[in-house]
Structures are given as structure tokens and as C-alpha cells.
Ligand binder design. Structure first.
Ligand code: PEP
Ligand code: MN
Length: 337
């Protein structure tokens, strides 16, 4: 449930209510809004006497929360969560574009991509070094060598970097290099991994599983939140349907729905959603129009030579054009780029 305090509630009354709830064996999350304070209560499975709390000084009312996700829900935390990443903030008025190759392949490939996306106005550099490939014979990523290249690209361009972590044992290593930890679609329900990134001191970009519901995505975020990390960015990257012209089907309604259900920022990955570079620009515009807080886009200096996802990777000039064509859409929905 949540406890809505009166506008006139004093600090002492809030402390008192919080202490009582904790005494009853529940956890609290305090959310201080502009007008009033809301206390989120996470139960311990035993029924809680709401009337007892409602009789306390300073309490206006209590509201039961029937949704299974609590910490991730907007009821618990009405204001938007902002996720700072070095000099940028994800979830504010400014749209954040994360771009770069699917996989880090070599020094020259990564640096060429990094400078190209930076010059076009991207805010974060992406690049996978641990790649979840369908075939064990496909390129699996450069591992730690790739992380060192990402660190070099960050030093040279100043762009923070995001990269995927596939296993709990990789979290300490990836955390020493990356500014954002990416949880891939195939690992959205890898609970040991969610636990590990929940304890990591880094923002996490959590991708929706290709066969997962919105509620399952929010429950996965709840795992990370319940282990202490509230710097989460949700990512809609398309789900699997019967349609074959696109690699996945972008669930555009997930964007406003997630923003309604949760306080966490939401970004869209138009590259994996469509699988086709010709579709990336219009789908990016649609994502921004629908209220996304940012985009995750694959860009490769020579897509025809890419070791993974070449068909959906943009050439640098096409990415630069996309960035220009996002401007009017961003402005139309009151956002900046
Ligand atoms: C990726 O971002 O390169 C990736 C593997 O994406 P997803 O987990 O969405 O398939
Ligand atoms: Mn990819």
C-alpha cells in the first residue's frame, strides 16, 4: 500500500509513521513530492492493518497497491526518475541517443564509429563485447579486450559507454569499464544477473525480453530495484510476433504505457525492433513522438563488413541524417536533442 501524508504533515509525523511501518516488519520508500509526501510500503506477506496507520497524525489516507511491482510503479514514486550518466541525464527533457556498433570488432572500427556518432550528436557510445548469439559458431565478442577499446573510445571522445553483461560473474569486470550495464533481451529474466546488477554501482539498461509482457519487464526491474539499484532505464526493443518482414514487432504502445505505469525512463531500440536500416529513422521518429526518453541505435562505419547485425546498422551519414530529422519531432513533443 501507499500512505499519503497530509499536505500539512510535519517531519516528525512522517518519521513517526515510517518508524511504525518498519516496526511492523515492512520496508518503506519515501517519496517527497512538491505538495506532499508519499510513503510506499512493501509488505512482508502478512496482512497490514491500514486503519491503524490511517489513525496516525499527519496521515491523509492509505491506498492499497494491487500491482505486483511496487518499487517500479508510479503509484509508489509519482515523479519521474532521472538517471545521471556522467554529464548527461536520462529521463529529463533532453532526449538521449546511444549509438554505436552492435559489437566492438576492432580498434579502428570502434573509434571510427565513436567519432561519427559523436559528431552527429549522440550522447552515449554503445558496443557489445559479450555477444548473445543464436549460434555458438557466430562471433561472440572481444571480451575484455573489447572493454579496453570502449574505455579508449570514451577517453578520446568523452562519450560515456554502454555494453552488455551476460552473466553475474562478468558484472565486476564490466563495471570497471562501462558507464551503463546493458541487460539483453535474452537475459531479462536471468534472476541471478538481475540480482548482481542490482548490487552494482552503475545504471542499468534493461531490455524487454522478446517474449515478455510489460508486466514481466516491470517485475524484472523490480528485482534490480529491490537489490538496491534504482538507476534503471527500460528499453522496448520489439517482441516476437508472426510478422516476418521485420525482425521483431515494435510495441509502440509499450512506451506511453510504461511511462504511465512506472517512473523509470524508457528508451526504444529501433535497430533490433526492425532489423532493417531503412526502417530505423521512421521508427525512431515514432518512438520520440510516443514519449520515449531516448534511443539505442546501431551504427557501423562499414555495415557490409559488420560481424553482427549489419543489415540493421546505419552508415554514419544515414545516422547523421536521422539525428537531423529527429529534431522537429522532438520539438513537437516538447523535448530537446
Ligand atoms: C544488442 O543490443 O546488440 C542486443 C543483443 O540486443 P537484444 O538483447 O535486444 O537482442
Ligand atoms: Mn545487435
Amino acid at each position: 500500500m501507499i500512505v499519503v501524508m497530509k499536505q500539512s504533515a510535519t517531519r516528525a509525523q512522517i518519521v513517526n509513521v515510517t518508524a511504525r511501518i518498519e516496526q511492523l516488519g515492512c520496508q518503506v520508500q519515501i517519496s517527497e513530492g512538491e505538495e506532499r509526501t508519499i510513503i510506499g510500503v512493501i509488505g512482508n506477506g502478512r496482512p497490514l492493518d491500514r486503519e491503524q496507520i490511517e489513525r496516525m497524525d499527519g496521515v491523509e489516507r492509505t491506498v492499497p497497491i494491487l500491482r505486483p511491482f511496487k518499487l517500479a510503479s508510479r503509484d509508489f514514486h509519482p515523479q519521474d526518475t532521472l538517471v545521471p550518466v556522467n554529464r548527461v541525464t536520462i529521463g529529463g527533457r533532453q532526449l538521449i541517443v546511444m549509438a554505436g556498433p552492435c559489437a566492438v570488432e576492432s580498434h579502428d572500427q570502434l573509434l571510427e564509429a565513436a567519432w561519427a556518432v559523436k559528431e552527429a550528436g549522440a550522447h552515449v557510445l554503445r558496443g557489445g563485447v559479450f555477444k548473445p548469439r543464436t549460434s555458438p559458431y557466430s562471433f561472440q565478442g572481444l571480451g575484455e579486450e573489447g572493454l579496453r577499446l570502449l574505455a579508449k573510445a570514451r577517453d578520446e571522445t568523452g562519450l560515456p559507454v554502454i555494453t552488455e553483461v551476460m552473466a553475474p560473474q562478468q558484472v565486476p569486470l564490466v563495471t570497471t569499464y562501462a558507464d551503463i550495464l546493458q541487460i539483453g533481451a535474452r537475459n531479462m529474466q536471468n534472476y541471478a544477473l538481475l540480482h548482481a546488477v542490482g548490487q552494482a554501482q552503475r545504471p542499468v539498461l534493461l531490455k524487454r525480453g522478446m517474449m515478455s509482457t510489460i508486466e514481466e519487464l516491470l517485475m524484472a526491474a523490480e528485482y534490480i530495484l529491490s537489490h538496491g539499484n534504482d538507476r534503471i532505464i527500460l528499453c522496448e526493443r520489439g517482441i516476437r510476433t508472426f510478422e516476418k518482414y521485420t525482425r521483431n514487432t515494435l510495441d509502440i504502445s509499450a512506451v506511453p504505457l510504461l511511462k504511465q505505469l512506472s517512473h523509470l525512463p524508457v528508451v526504444v531500440d529501433p535497430s533490433h525492433a526492425t532489423g532493417k536500416r531503412e526502417l530505423v529513422e521512421p521508427v525512431s521518429q515514432a518512438a520520440v513522438a510516443a514519449g520515449a526518453d531516448g534511443l539505442l541505435i546501431e551504427v557501423h562505419p562499414h555495415p557490409e563488413e559488420a560481424l553482427s547485425d549489419g543489415a540493421q546498422s546505419l552508415e554514419p551519414d544515414r545516422f547523421a541524417r536521422l539525428m537531423r530529422r529527429l529534431q522537429p519531432v522532438a520539438a513537437a513533443v516538447g523535448r530537446t536533442l
